[in-house]
Design a protein around this ligand. Structure first.
Ligand code: F6P
Length: 357
């Protein structure tokens, strides 16, 4: 008999359900007796003992369902060691709930912050297995996270739709793509959608170079320009600021988001008409794409295998097209960023995409 706890934490994404289903299907197909405790709304559920016992029925028909049947929330890692408003020690509470239910293991699905807490729980002596979810694809130790490809599809669809209206009106269009502090989503959706200019956090932009790229397109006879701008894109000047100076500057930031700043600068400097589209959380919504369904199922199955083997303390990741086990301590606290020297960036430049650098 195995007693498994499960939770999904942080921003949701597509294929969370597919991954959990993969774990449970693998366990039930093995013939092992399993009890599943689903903790609700992320770490909150584990802290406050808010759980539901789940059976195979709960996991039926959810392969294609977006979101998470367990609910999710953000419980920042830096607050985990701080008592809650009633003085509750959150880490102790999580350990107690784990032991009270005599769990063999916690399966935790999440992104960067989630992995820091998962690793802390491992250090505190709990058996933990994690699965890498995030549309940002910024988790260290895995080439791919589930949710990412589905989000690329949605952001690409958005750029595709903008293309037709941009060409009719001869305008400059910015599509702002999510991704937090990294540019994977913008880079991939931008290339897939045929964006002419891609701005990502890892390659700070020079607005004059951006305008130059637009002018060069016009000189070649193009009536419009499509820009894919990461929500974390940053100018060369701002990239030079210290963390403190940047924070100070952002206190009086006059724009709703970075794309509006880029648009304003282009408009003021060049007199050209710019429009901004922000698909926002639609990028995390809807059904997982077929790639993510397969991918999350594979990772889930491997997590099930680890549980059956009693091997804990790993994230199930993906390296060089193989599902792999990565020690949690190697993953926690590190970001996987786009290298400005990455071949994909070079190839994008080779086909004429400007990064404004
Ligand atoms: O990490 C996933 C993500 O969608 C990021 O791309 C984005 O910056 C952030 O979450 C948005 O967070 P929230 O849903 O809390 O607004």
């Amino acid at each position: 008999m195995k007693r498994i706890g499960m939770l999904t934490s942080g921003g949701d994404c597509q294929a969370l359900n597919a991954a959990m289903r993969g774990v449970v299907k693998c366990l039930s197909c093995s013939g092992e007796d399993v009890e599943i405790y689903g903790f609700l709304d992320g770490y909150k559920g584990l802290i406050y003992g808010d759980f539901r016992m789940l059976t195979g029925h709960d996991f039926a028909g959810i392969l294609t369902k977006g979101g998470t049947i367990l609910g999710s929330s953000r419980t920042p890692f830096k607050l985990m060691r701080e008592p809650d408003k009633n003085g509750l020690d959150k880490v102790e509470a999580m350990k107690q709930n784990y032991h009270k239910l005599k769990l063999d293991c916690m399966v935790i699905l999440g992104g960067n912050g989630t992995h820091k807490t998962a690793n802390m729980l491992r250090e505190e002596g709990l058996n933990v297995i994690t699965l890498p979810k995030t549309i940002d694809n910024d988790l260290w130790g895995t080439d791919m996270t589930f949710g990412f490809q589905s989000a690329v599809n949605i952001a690409t669809d958005c750029i595709d739709c903008i293309h037709t209206t941009a060409s009719s009106h001869g305008r400059i269009f910015i599509v702002e793509v999510m991704g937090h502090k990294v540019g994977w989503l913008t880079l991939n959706a931008g290339m897939a959608g045929g964006a002419d200019i891609i701005l990502i956090p890892e390659i700070p932009y020079d607005i004059d170079k951006v305008i130059k790229a637009i002018n060069e397109r016009e000189a070649r006879g193009s009536r419009f320009t499509i820009m894919a701008v990461a929500e974390g894109a940053i100018s060369k000047e701002d990239a030079k600021l210290s963390k403190k100076e940047y924070k100070e500057k952002m206190k009086n930031y006059p724009y709703p988001s970075v794309s509006y700043e880029v648009a304003d600068k282009i408009q003021k400097k060049s007199g050209k008409e710019v429009r901004v589209t922000v698909p926002g959380h639609t990028q995390r919504g809807g059904s997982p794409c077929p790639y993510d369904r397969v991918f999350a199922t594979r990772l889930g199955a491997e997590a099930g295998k680890l549980i059956l083997q009693g091997e804990y303390g790993f994230m199930v990741g993906y390296k060089n097209r193989e599902v792999v086990r990565v020690p949690l301590e190697e993953v926690a606290g590190k970001l996987k960023m786009v290298s400005p020297d990455a071949t994909i960036v070079k190839e994008a430049k080779m086909v004429g995409i400007s990064f404004g650098d």
